[in-house]
Write a protein that binds this ligand. Structure first.
Ligand code: 13P
Length: 243
């Protein structure tokens, strides 16, 4: 199966720099064996959709609203995202859970609204350092899976992606050992299978770069990567996707 490599640009670039990076990526990355998903900020999605038309690049949003339309000041409808050619949407990233206070009910509602609009949610889950050190990682992940997927059905396994992002590895330069990621991904796949009856993709995120990506992608149950900082550098990102 093709590996899925997702770039999460977060809010790291201004509008002009995003436009430049989109064009550079199109020029530099012509052919890869993996599926590529670029997630710029909302403002850049529409132009990215035009630039990437007819290429191998897929686009993802970094969030979406809990419903298709309504009085929700400042939110962006998953239906509008679908209309402009967006395929994926990141939901429940830890920065949104912690800095912006998103709880599991909100995350569950966002997954439902994304699926209803025929977007593919990339659900982020992960334990923090204290939980890991206390041996609670699996318990925490299981709680996040159950809460996020409550009442959810998917028709085919490709309609949902889980991103395992241990919080202590995000932006720290310290990633998990690839073999350990594989063990946790196996656990996540089994638990999600119990809830949804599907074998879904699980990608790894947290301090991925061109030096460690190969080892991660070699693991059987690492179906791809969710890349933050390293996805902002064309050379670095193209070397990750061409691994
Ligand atoms: P870094 O790759 O910068 O650690 O970020 C990971 C992440 O949060 C991707 O969603």
């Amino acid at each position: 199966m093709k590996k899925t490599i997702i770039a999460n640009w977060k809010m790291q670039l201004g509008f002009k720099d995003s436009q430049m990076l989109i064009k550079e990526l199109k020029q530099k990355i012509k052919k890869t064996s993996s599926e590529i998903v670029i997630c710029p900020d909302y403002l850049s999605l529409s132009s990215a959709s035009s630039v990437f038309k007819g290429t191998n690049f897929n686009l993802g949003a970094q969030d979406c609203a809990i419903k298709a339309s309504g009085a929700l000041t400042g939110e962006v409808s998953p239906v509008s995202l679908k209309e402009i050619g967006i395929r994926y949407v990141i939901i429940g990233h830890w920065e949104r859970r912690t800095v912006l206070g998103e709880n599991s009910e909100l995350i569950n509602a966002k997954i439902k609204s994304a699926l209803a609009a025929k977007l593919i949610p990339i659900l982020c889950i992960g334990e923090n350092l204290a939980e890991r050190e206390a041996g609670l990682a699996k318990k925490v992940l299981l709680g996040q899976i159950k809460a996020a997927l409550q009442g959810i059905n998917i028709k085919v396994s490709s309609n949902l992606v889980i991103a395992y992002e241990p919080i202590w590895a995000i932006g720290t330069g310290e990633s998990i050992i690839p073999f350990e990621a594989n063990t946790i991904h196996t656990f996540i796949k089994n638990e999600v299978n119990k809830v949804l009856g599907k074998n879904i993709r699980v990608v790894y995120g947290g301090s991925v770069n061109s030096s460690n990506s190969f080892e991660f992608l070699k693991q059987k149950n690492v179906d791809g990567l969710l890349v933050g900082g390293a996805s902002l550098n064309v050379k670095e990102f193209s070397s990750i996707v061409n691994n």
